[in-house]
Design a protein around this ligand. Structure first.
Ligand SMILES: N[C@@H](CCC(=O)N[C@@H](CS)C(=O)NCC(=O)O)C(=O)O
Length: 211
């Protein structure tokens, strides 16, 4: 199995962590946005990362890919069977992809991707606007729904935790996980990011950012 992309993308990191939790051997073929790698283009019709292949089967979209991985390797179960728990898991995956990610992306893109990785001027105004306006209500929501167990669904690890924690890595990279303002979010992120499934890619990313 091959995953095309960069672990700096929360969507790619989500798939890598999900695969690692299931001990699925998936090779990362590192590439960035705008890649013209023919295998990547064949697997990702809209040129988004991640893309995926398993032999001649290709797929893009992190949620589609983890659904395939979950069906292929059912244990340990990361997508609950009980109807409400399953639906809540899908909700948190969707929340991470379409609400949390857009709030974090302008900050991460301008301060890390542009400034540190591409050595260009980032749009600091856009980063500050997202930090001030878009991010706080989203983190306030998360602060209110993380249970004492620090697992979002069924008090055990599921895709919900992996998807949300994956976006929070980008917030961690920009130093915006504020323990005083959002203690539950910070504790949740700390617990999740310490798991080997995240710790490995975070360490690789930290080294790349320190270069
Ligand atoms: N829903 C997709 C989103 C993938 C996505 O938007 N990836 C970004 C990188 S973080 C991308 O490829 N952007 C390039 C583009 O939209 O053209 C998923 O879950 O994989």
């Amino acid at each position: 199995m091959i995953l095309y992309g960069s672990s700096f993308s929360p969507y790619v990191r989500k798939v890598l962590a999900f695969a690692a939790e299931k001990s699925i051997d998936i090779k990362l073929k590192p590439l960035g946005l705008g890649s013209t790698d023919p295998d990547f283009l064949a697997a990702s019709p809209f040129r988004k990362i991640p893309a995926f292949s398993d032999g001649n089967f290709t797929l893009s979209d992190s949620s589609a890919i983890v659904t395939y991985l979950d069906a292929t390797v059912p244990e340990p179960n990361l997508m609950p069977e009980e109807p409400r728990a399953r639906a809540r898991t899908v909700w948190f995956d969707e929340f991470a992809d379409t609400i949390l990610f857009p709030a974090v992306a302008p900050i991460f893109f301008n301060r890390v991707v542009q400034r540190i990785l591409m050595k260009q001027d980032g749009d600091e105004g856009a980063a500050q606007a997202a930090e001030r306006d878009a991010l706080p209500p989203v983190l306030d929501y998360l602060e209110g729904v993380i249970p004492e167990s620090l697992y979002l669904v069924e008090n055990r690890l599921t895709l919900a935790d992996i998807a949300v924690a994956s976006v929070l890595v980008n917030l961690h990279h920009v130093g915006l996980l504020d323990e005083a303002r959002h203690p539950r979010v910070a504790a949740f992120a700390g617990q999740m990011h310490a798991r080997p499934s995240f710790a490995r890619s975070i360490a690789v990313e930290r080294r790349a950012l320190a270069r």
